[in-house]
Design a protein around this ligand. Structure first.
Ligand code: ACM
Length: 761
């Protein structure tokens, strides 16, 4: 698959030069932009004039000042006179709409609503930061921008439960969302792996529920990991976001994904009374909230505290992936169903969600939930967040529910965005920046009348595999820029090439904000039209260099040095000699590198090596493909491996067994921490001879002959990476090597870090 994708990318390698004259450095693209003649220069000290007593305008002016300081290094300040003016204009209708007028003498931001003033300020900040000339005055072309959003819900979900995210790391995310006119931050605050919000009435929710033992691959678990937000911390974040036009939507996931809550209060909210530990298994776990009166009272008490912290209209009640085994086994739940006249557990969930909806309505709030809430006949006042594809959303919108689109895999930002070896962990459903950009929230099948029920869309940054704040930022940005554009800009203005051009100054803004946005869309990827061994065989296979976006000019070196704006230009596929190292990146017209350089290593050891992070494929292919880190939990730059968690098997394609036969295989042992619920039966167990199972290596794919078998060591005492050495029989050319582990399903999970061939001594 990787090769097909790379070939497809190579086919779109047209060079796009930035054309800022026609293409203002704006992201999202405004609804309407009318050029005029002339330009105005804004320099350090330029004054911003704000109507007296207008606190909304004063806030917008302050946000503009802060933004321009970060994005351009210029100091602006409110003053009695100056070239920038905020004005109120009732004719600019709609809370989020604004008009920005640039003439050679003055820049005016007009809006009727506070948020319109903020979005106008953010547009101006982008006009003032078009390039790399940090600290320099900026010329802004005369223009009139009439702008308003296409959708009212333009969002991001952060999963702060699977990997706790310190509160201070959320502030730059709010800043950069606001800068691109995103207005909704959904916080997934509770799940099996952690309860993240202080509830004063129920302190054990965080004392117990906010911390878990990390999953380990053998040996003793380390200290507990986790954390939570105090109510004060959240109130400050909510206020900070609100000041920037952003509403925070809290989610307490119910009735499933409840293990942390049940761990804290098994008698109050649990179904069967037993106390699980806070979970460390990803996926679907069996613990549910009980729908019994004691539990509903508890939940409503929790909601009361949360509604006080989060003043926004929507409250998210979860509703996803609740396997009903516990409810089926509970006489109490079965009796409750009977008393309510409900026949199925799905109806019981529907009753519970409807009760919560009524409670929220009584507090003047609206319920939103994952699309499973549709299975339980909830009233159309419930808003549906669509994640299991889109059919449910189409049906719901046509029935009269409001819907928010966040389907997997399209808008699941934990999916990888490139097939590069340096891609961090995630799910293996490749979602490139271009794929995300192409997403259309109003799906075919939604009637013209129902289209108004599509409130918008959001990206979901699930964090099972995104352990650190930097990994989360990498997964989220710049794909969130694509979401910003398709949720704000008119549908007929969608323009991928223009977006790629306008994203280049946005990438500089991410850097200045300290956000670790992924450069994957601009990074050079390599495709060899042959096997790596062909280079050693002197067959001169050609190496193609391409980037996902085709932006800029690719330049490269072959001696391992860093490419510069004066290095050789890549024009056509290149032929490598053994020993060369190609290092390449794309440069923008002004000479700045659009991505970190990437390497193709044609030294002999590299050509004889397959790595688990980039060369190897899971076998059989495609079954719940994950890219997982060596160490679960709060790990930084641990290597990542593509695995199939149902079958501990990996394949190293096209190893040159004619050139070298001796090998060292480095095995990595990973935690097996997956809650599979009803999918357990899909796990494949292989016949083992020794206590901890073996690594069985086959030549010629997984049906080939066994070339070597190594007993695996005791996981409680062996390190989590270790080597085996051996020798393959000489082959006439390349051979696929299948590496199958036969360890018990109760044991940790294994994969291959590297398979290194060496010439026999
Ligand atoms: C979900 O991904 N379980 C909403």
């Amino acid at each position: 698959m990787k090769h097909l994708i790379r070939a497809a990318l190579a086919a779109t390698t047209a060079t796009i030069a930035p054309v800022y004259a026609q293409n203002a450095p704006l992201l999202p693209l405004p609804a309407q932009m009318t050029p005029a003649t002339g330009a105005i220069t804004i320099a350090n000290g330029a004054g911003i004039v704000v109507p007296a007593g207008d606190t909304g305008a004063a806030t917008a002016a302050r946000l503009l000042t802060d933004r321009v300081k970060i994005d351009r290094g210029l100091t602006l300040a409110t003053a009695a006179q100056g070239p920038i003016r905020f004005v109120r204009d009732a004719a600019v209708a709609g809370d989020e709409a604004y008009r920005l007028t640039v003439t050679p003498r003055v820049i005016t931001i007009a809006a009727s609503g506070d948020r319109g003033l903020i979005w106008g300020a953010m547009t101006l900040a982008q006009l003032l930061s078009p390039d790399t000339q940090f600290g320099r005055p900026v010329r802004v072309a005369a223009t009139t921008i009439d702008d308003a959003p296409r959708f009212r819900w333009r969002g991001l979900m952060v999963d702060v439960t699977r990997s706790f995210q310190p509160i201070e790391t959320l502030y730059p995310i709010v800043d950069t969302m606001a800068a691109q006119k995103l207005n909704t931050l959904h916080m997934h605050l509770s799940d099996d792996q952690g309860w993240r919000v202080e509830i004063k009435r129920y302190p054990k929710l965080t004392e117990i529920g906010a911390f878990r033992e990390p999953a380990v691959a053998g040996g003793q678990p380390g200290p507990k990991v986790g954390g939570f937000y105090t109510q004060d911390e959240l109130r400050k974040l909510v206020a900070y976001a609100a000041e920037r036009g952003i509403t925070i939507v809290p989610e307490i996931d119910m009735p499933g994904h409840a293990q942390a809550a049940v761990a804290a209060y098994p008698e109050e909210v649990g179904v069967l009374g037993d106390r699980p530990p806070v979970g460390h298994d990803w996926g679907v776990n069996p613990w549910l909230f009980s729908p019994a009166p004691r539990s509903m009272t508890f939940i409503k008490n929790v909601l009361d505290e949360l509604l006080d912290i989060f003043p926004g209209q929507f409250f998210h009640v979860g509703g996803d992936e609740a396997v009903k085994d516990q409810w089926q086994r509970s006489p109490e739940v079965q009796a409750q169903m009977k008393a309510l006249g409900l026949k199925t557990e799905n109806q019981m969930q529907g009753w519970m969600i409807s009760e919560l909806g009524k409670y929220l309505a009584s507090k003047n709030r609206r319920l939103i939930g994952w699309d499973e809430i549709l299975e339980g006949d909830v009233p159309t006042s419930a808003t549906v967040m669509s994640w299991r594809g889109e059919a449910g959303a189409v049906e719901a919108a046509n029935k009269g529910h409001d819907v928010v689109m966040s389907p997997a895999p399209n808008l699941y930002l934990d999916n990888i965005q490139s097939t590069a070896g340096d891609e961090p962990p995630g799910r293996i459903g490749l979602q490139t920046l271009e794929a995300v950009y192409g997403y259309e929230p109003v799906r075919p099948g939604v009637t013209a009348e129902a289209a108004a029920h599509v409130l918008g869309a959001q990206g979901n940054a699930w964090s099972e595999y995104l352990a650190t704040a930097k990994q989360k930022e990498h997964a989220t940005f710049p794909r969130l820029s694509a979401i910003a554009e398709f949720t704000w800009s008119p549908r007929d203005k969608r323009d991928w090439k223009g977006f790629v051009t306008r994203l280049q100054p946005q990438m500089l803004r991410y850097q200045r904000q300290g956000i670790a946005a992924a450069d994957a869309a601009f990074a050079v990827a390599y495709t060899l039209d042959g096997a790596k061994g062909d280079i050693l065989r002197g067959k001169a296979p050609k190496l193609t260099l391409a980037t996902q976006t085709g932006a800029g000019t690719i330049r490269y070196t072959v001696d391992g040095s860093q490419p510069t704006a004066r290095s050789r230009t890549y024009a056509a596929p290149i032929t490598l000699r053994p020993g060369q190292v190609v290092t390449a990146t794309a440069f923008a017209k002004d000479g700045h590198a659009l991505a970190d350089p990437r390497r193709f290593d044609a030294t002999r050891p590299a050509l004889l090596r397959a790595t688990g992070s980039s060369d190897m494929v899971a076998c059989p292919k495609g079954a719940l493909g994950l890219r997982v880190p060596l160490v679960s939990g709060q790990s930084g730059d641990a290597p990542a491996y593509n695995v199939n968690i149902f079958d501990t098997c990996t394949q190293a394609p096209k190893m040159p067994l004619d050139v070298a036969q001796a090998f060292t295989v480095t095995v990595a042992r990973l935690p097996r921490n997956y809650g599979l619920a009803h999918d357990e039966g899909k796990l494949r167990l292989h016949y083992a001879v020794t206590q901890y199972g073996e690594l069985v290596m086959r030549v010629g794919g997984c049906d080939g002959m066994v070339a070597a078998t190594f007993p695996l060591p005791n996981p409680d005492t062996a390190p989590n990476r270790f080597d085996f050495t051996g020798s393959f029989p000489k082959q006439p050319g390349d051979a696929d090597i299948c590496l199958q582990f036969t360890s018990p399903l109760s044991a940790p999970f294994y994969t291959v870090d590297t398979l290194q061939l060496e010439s026999s001594k």
